[in-house]
Design a protein. Structure first.
Length: 347
């Protein structure tokens, strides 16, 4: 076990949501060793999920696609120069294992996983941890590495931060939209993959329900990705009321700040859903082929809606290779509205 003043590197080379659900590791390490120097290594495009975290002393960003050989060499050189004493590799992939080895840290922990090559088992890491149970939330899977160091995390929660400029920008938007002093819903219909998305008609009916029955206007958000923009256009066409459309205009920190001011978040198994959990906004999340036991919104007060079918969760990218998940598209708006009314009358 390192002494409290040691230099620690945590590697999480995954998607934005994966990076966010690893943030309880930061709090756990700093609670155990307040004087340690803690650095995170994440992929380009995910750094907003941890930037500004008061528990971090350093942030490294790996460009997995756009870096030249020269830039990669300089990145590795800088990685070695930091002389880390301990590395926790939470990603489980080849690149994270390579970076772990290249740090030259005397203690390097990683997880075993199926079909792991020999060089990872016996070269990249000085200590290979047992693979966490499959039916374990990703928050707990990440914390298994911390527990292996003898640390017992207390009340782990997701944490997300933004600066004063982001806060002011979002407040100005809400003021211009007439929502600064009014309750509203943030709806993020899209996800990284189309097979995780619901139907345009379903989203439209829920927007109408929020407006007509609960008196809550809806703010639509989404990325600039073509499949998300196509979905959002279809939702707007279907909808008989007029939601506010901020799609393609927010970065991750602005999105998190906006969600923090909403009465409710509505969306899919996606990074914005985890943002809602991180900023303590109740989330309604529709799940299809993904396991709620792994990816459900962390914390209390959230609602997950998923078909109770024998094949769910299958973990596949749509039914029979069709990139469409029946367990999602066959959820009816009536099912969703009934579940929300029942849940929020009870909480």
């Amino acid at each position: 076990m390192p002494t409290p003043s040691k230099r620690i590197l945590v590697i999480k080379l995954k998607q934005p949501g994966d990076v966010l659900v690893s943030t309880p590791v930061i709090a756990a390490l700093k609670a155990a060793w307040p004087d340690c120097h803690l650095t995170y290594l994440v992929p380009k495009g995910t750094e907003d999920m941890v930037s500004g975290h008061p528990g971090l002393d350093g942030l490294l960003v790996a460009d997995r696609r756009g870096a030249t050989w020269g830039q990669t060499w300089r990145f590795i050189r800088d990685l070695r120069r930091q002389r880390f004493d301990l590395v926790l590799e939470l990603s489980g992939g080849d690149r994270g294992a390579i970076y772990s080895f290249l740090t030259g840290a005397p203690e390097r922990l990683g997880f075993a996983h199926p079909r792991q090559p020999f060089w990872q088992r016996h070269g990249a890491f000085t200590r290979l941890l047992p693979r966490p149970p499959v039916r374990m939330h990703l928050v707990e899977q990440n914390l298994a590495a911390v527990r292996a160091l003898g640390i017992k995390p207390v009340n782990p929660r997701l944490q997300f931060f933004w600066d004063a400029a982001v806060e002011q920008k979002v407040r100005d938007w809400l003021t211009s939209l007439g929502l600064a002093e009014k309750p509203f819903v943030v709806m993020h219909p899209g996800a990284g993959w189309g097979f995780k998305c619901w139907t345009p008609g379903g989203y439209a009916r829920v927007i109408e329900f929020f407006q007509d029955q609960w008196g809550l206007p809806t703010v639509l958000t989404g990325t600039r990705a073509a499949h998300e923009q196509e979905l959002l256009a279809a939702v707007l066409k279907e909808c008989r009321t007029a939601p506010v459309d901020l799609s393609g205009r927010l970065n991750l920190q602005e999105l998190g700040a906006l969600i923090s001011k909403a009465r409710l978040f509505f969306g899919m198994d996606s990074a914005p859903m985890h943002l809602a959990a991180a900023v303590n906004t109740p989330a309604v999340a529709l799940f299809g082929p993904s396991g709620v036991f792994n990816w459900g919104p962390w914390g209390e007060g959230h609602l997950v809606i998923q078909k109770d079918w024998d094949c769910v969760p299958c973990g596949q990218d749509g039914c029979e290779g069709g990139k469409v998940s029946r367990c999602l598209v066959e959820i009816t708006p009536e099912e969703v509205i009934e579940a929300m009314a029942r849940h929020f009358n009870q909480t």
